[in-house]
Design a protein around this ligand. Structure first.
Ligand SMILES: [Mg+2]
Length: 366
């Protein structure tokens, strides 16, 4: 796995909602696990994952040094136990026999079942046990749920089970957060290309912001559309629709402003549709502030909200102007010209909103 970093983790450095996924240490291979250090810390029971921790997926031969490491652990006095619910118990039995260590089988990790079973088998407490495995969502999470410290090993080279590849994607998303808790990186040489990759470059951070911005935009569109339909088509008012009542009132009270509308509900669109957009903008504000542009703290929040609405309302005005102008300019079937005009307007306004939010509304963010 590229970008893998090693060292010890300090829980206090990240939010408690991530503690369940946090290992105590990370190492590049099982061979780097320091047996003397574990013994000094009072660990007596070593729980081992199989695939990509002690042997490659589906392989029968251990990589160099693994058998020797297990023998040294046994010689030191450790109990060792494999936790596995593989669908190929014969292979597991062959591997365990070759290493001369026990195995337990039970519910899939991250269930604490196998961890508990192993501790009962060897009469050890959680604080005397250590889990070593390559997967955050099974090995590390299961250990933490059982009160056992975990060592995260970098997965071995080579292919793996399709389901594992999905969870690797989740690991990748989680990794940057977990690394915030890394306190003693051992491989901090600046020429290490993996380490360079672990920090997102400016360009990658920008791409990430754009993707998040589009996702937030999508949710706001759904809110805008849903509320518009609700306000215009469903909310009743004195035996008719709110949009009919409000539009009719606007047309009789302010005819000079609403003579353009073909009927009463249409006259209510600027007010009711505008209200829906205004609410949807607030959704964008909340998520783009904390998630897309990662602004922390409450300072300046009101000023940001004001700047954000200035940008967004100007954006809505651009949208209408560009849409009208291009619909007029583009020849051909009205459906075609309206569609092209709308796409151009939406594209220009998305760029406007993104730049406006990034460099103006949330400018405290670097
Ligand atoms: Mg594994």
């Amino acid at each position: 796995m590229s970008g893998f970093r090693t060292g010890s983790f300090d829980r206090g450095r990240i939010s408690s909602m991530f503690h369940a996924f946090l290992p105590a240490h990370a190492v590049a291979s099982l061979l780097e696990v320091d047996l003397e250090d574990l013994w000094e810390k009072g660990k007596r029971l070593i729980l081992l994952d199989v695939d990509h921790t002690i042997v490659k997926w589906r392989a029968e031969e251990f990589p160099d040094g693994i058998e020797d490491w297990v023998n040294r652990a046994k010689a030191k006095g450790f109990d060792l136990c494999i936790l596995s619910n593989t669908r190929n118990p014969e292979r597991l039995a062959r591997l365990a026999t070759r290493l001369g260590i026990e195995t337990v089988r039970d519910k899939f990790k991250p269930s604490p079942a196998m961890f508990r079973l192993a501790m009962i088998k060897f009469k050890r407490k959680p604080e005397e046990s250590i889990m070593i495995g390559d997967q955050i969502f099974t090995d590390i999470l299961g250990a933490n749920r059982s009160g056992i410290d975990a060592i995260w090993v970098q997965k071995m080279e080579g292919r793996e089970f399709a389901g594992t590849r999905v969870s690797r994607f989740g690991e990748k998303l989680l990794r940057s957060t977990l690394y915030k808790a890394l306190v003693s990186p051992v491989d901090e040489s600046p020429e290490d290309p993996d380490l360079e990759e672990a920090k997102p470059s400016g360009k990658r951070a920008l791409i990430r912001q754009i993707i998040k911005f589009c996702i937030v935009g999508g949710t706001s569109f759904i809110i805008d559309f849903g509320l518009s339909m609700l306000f215009l088509r469903f909310i009743p008012w004195n035996g008719m629709l709110l949009s009919e009542a409000l539009g009719g009132w606007l047309q009789t009270t302010l005819p000079q402003f609403f003579s353009w509308a073909k009927d009463a509900p249409t006259a209510a669109i600027p007010i009711l549709g505008g209200t829906a957009s205004f609410i949807a903008m607030f959704n964008s504000f909340i998520w783009n502030r904390s998630w897309t542009f990662k602004v922390k703290g409450k300072a300046e929040r009101l000023a940001q909200l004001r700047r954000f609405y200035t940008i967004s309302i100007l954006g809505a005005i651009w949208n209408t102007l560009i849409f009208s102008a291009f619909s007029n300019i583009i020849d051909g079937h009205p459906n075609r010209s309206l569609f092209i005009a709308k796409v151009i307007a939406a594209g220009v306004v998305a760029v406007w909103n993104f730049l406006g939010q990034r460099y103006y509304a949330f400018r405290v963010a670097k």
